[in-house]
Structures are given as C-alpha cells and as structure tokens.
Design a binder for this molecule. Structure first.
Ligand SMILES: [Zn+2]
Length: 324
C-alpha cells in the first residue's frame, strides 16, 4: 500500500485535516507529526511536503508528476531533509537549513520546505537555532517535524507547530495485510513488531542485509542455553553481522519480540510469531527470568546511542539472559 493510500485508509484524520488546510489555503508554517515507533513518520512528512509542491494535487500529492518524482529522487532544490534516525542533528545541520533558506527559493514554486525527522534527536544548540527559525518563518517557508516521543520535545517547539497524530494499526491487521501483499508469514510476523505498515515491511525485506540478520537472530536464540556457546556465537558470528548501530537496533527489537511472545506463552496468551512457536516455547522453558530479560533487552537500544561498543553490549546481554 502506498503512503497516499495508507494515509487515506489508515490515518483519515491526518488526511482530512491536511487536505482541508490545502483546499482552504490555511496551512501552518510548522507541523509536528507525532507517532509511535514503527509508524511511517518520515514518509508521511515527505508526502505532506510534496503535497505543497505537486503539479496536480488532488488535494494531496499525485505521486506521478515531474515534481513529485523529482522530490522522490532528491532532485528538488527547495526541500531539505535532516534525519535524526541516522544520528544526532547538530547546530550545523540547522544552520545549513537557515542559510539555504535565507536566499530566495530556487524552484519556480517559490516555496521552501524543511523536514526534520525525529526532533527529539537534536542537540540543545540545534534546537535553539531551530526555535529562532520557527519564531519568524519566511512567508513561503514550511517545516515538517516528526517525533516518536512527544514528551521529549520542548514545549516551545510544540506551541509553534500544529500537531498531527499517526495512530498505530493493530499488529494482527498489519500481519494480515502483509500476507495479502504476498509477504511470507514468517517475515510478516517478525517485522510487524518493528514496522507498523506494509510498505516499510516490504522495504526491509528488500534490504540485502535482512536475510543475514534474520538468520543470525534465529541462530543466536538457538544457542541461548549455554553461556559458553552463546558467547562463542557472539564473537565468531554475531559481531560480524551486526556491524552498524542501525542493524544492532533492529536486532535488539526483533529479539525483544521473541521475548514478548515467550512471556505470552507463559501466560497462555496468543502469540504473534506463530512461525517460530517452537523457538519461543524453548525460550520460555529454558530461560530463568524472561520478564526482567525483556526489560534489559529494551534498555540496550539507548546504550547503542551512547556509543557503548556493540561487542560489550551483546556479551553483557548474553550473560544476563542466562544467569540464574
Ligand atoms: Zn504530483
């Protein structure tokens, strides 16, 4: 399902609010799109930005005109995207936006748009620079900010923006729809923990690192019965495959989904990873303290951002999971 149809079908509130703002020419200069982890925040921000520039909007972007296609290919000069999912956004990044936009628009549409994905990942200096810019927006300047964690966004940013909320789709519905879209059940069940929509699941499956990551995860889970085995696996195999912060975070997320299901099995609840029910049963029987292990796994993601080495994170975790 394309982002346009996704917004129309799954997020009718955003779709209507924004369509109405365009039709009545009552756009805000800044939008803050709020959604849980897994919702397509960045894609939504780009699509709404595109809707302000599209050659034949109806009333949102058509996705087929030359302007829409140029934006998709990063060939449109008057859109700048800063992506906080790839690392902290610094003052220089915001300065890049403000200095570019202090000149007049390059493109014929005359509008300049910046997108800051995950504003919670900005340094204090970057936020200060952004606030100054938000206070006095140029006439044809528009901002699309996103956040997965509204409580970490400064109230001064919130008060200068109009908020739009992405709602989570039920995980069982994401799985069902993914399977209808020819995604195999195993991947649908696994990736629906991390991605709350079929498009992002499809993208991940096409990512060349995904098959290896999945295989490494399953093998890691299978060695989780003996400390020596699992530490050997971490050193000889896992660290080679988990070679970036991004893969490490995805690995941790997927690991957490197994532990969540192991807790569900213990409580006789329905599990999501039905393709892996044997592994989950084994985990729930073999591991000594699944509940606290899940909390430990979740806490690791912030450690990765703190630049603690991936090797020490996984060694520590493996020992933790098995300690009596
Ligand atoms: Zn278009």
């Amino acid at each position: 399902m394309h982002i346009k149809d996704y917004l129309k079908d799954k997020q009718p509130s955003i779709y209507k609010t924004f369509s109405n703002a365009i039709s009545t020419n009552q756009l805000s200069h800044a939008y803050l799109i709020v959604g849980d982890y897994g919702t397509p925040l960045k894609e939504t921000a780009i699509y709404l930005a595109k809707s302000l520039l599209c050659d034949s909007p109806n009333p949102l972007a058509c996705e087929n005109c030359i302007t829409c296609l140029r934006i998709d290919n990063n060939q449109y000069a008057d859109i700048i995207i800063e992506d906080g999912s790839k690392g902290t956004i610094k003052k220089e990044d915001v300065d890049h936006i403000t200095s570019t936009f202090s000149k007049t628009a390059i493109e014929i549409k005359g509008k300049v748009i910046y997108i800051i994905h995950l504003v919670e990942n900005m340094t204090a200096q970057a936020i200060n620079a952004l606030l100054k810019f938000l206070e006095e927006p140029g006439k044809n300047t528009y901002a699309f900010l996103t956040t997965e964690n509204e409580s970490r966004v400064l109230s001064t940013i919130i008060s200068r923006s109009q908020r739009l909320f992405l709602k989570l789709t039920k995980r069982e519905d994401v799985i069902e729809e993914a399977i209808k879209n020819n995604i195999n059940k195993e991947d649908a069940e696994l990736l629906s923990f991390v991605y709350n929509n079929v498009d992002n699941i499809k993208d991940k499956i096409q990512d060349e690192t995904y098959p290896d990551l999945k295989e490494t995860l399953i093998n890691y889970l299978k060695t989780l019965s003996n400390v020596d085995d699992v530490l050997y696996f971490v050193e000889s195999n896992l660290l080679e495959k988990i070679n970036s912060k991004e893969t490490a975070k995805l690995f941790i997320d997927l690991l957490a989904s197994f532990f969540e299901d192991a807790i569900r099995i213990k409580n006789n609840e329905h599990i999501f990873l039905t393709s892996y029910d044997k592994i989950i049963k084994d985990l729930s029987n073999a591991l000594p303290h699944i509940e606290s292990s899940l909390l430990e796994i979740i806490s690791l993601k912030s450690k990765i951002d703190l630049n603690i080495s991936i090797a020490s994170i996984f060694e520590h975790l493996s020992i933790y999971l098995l300690k009596e």
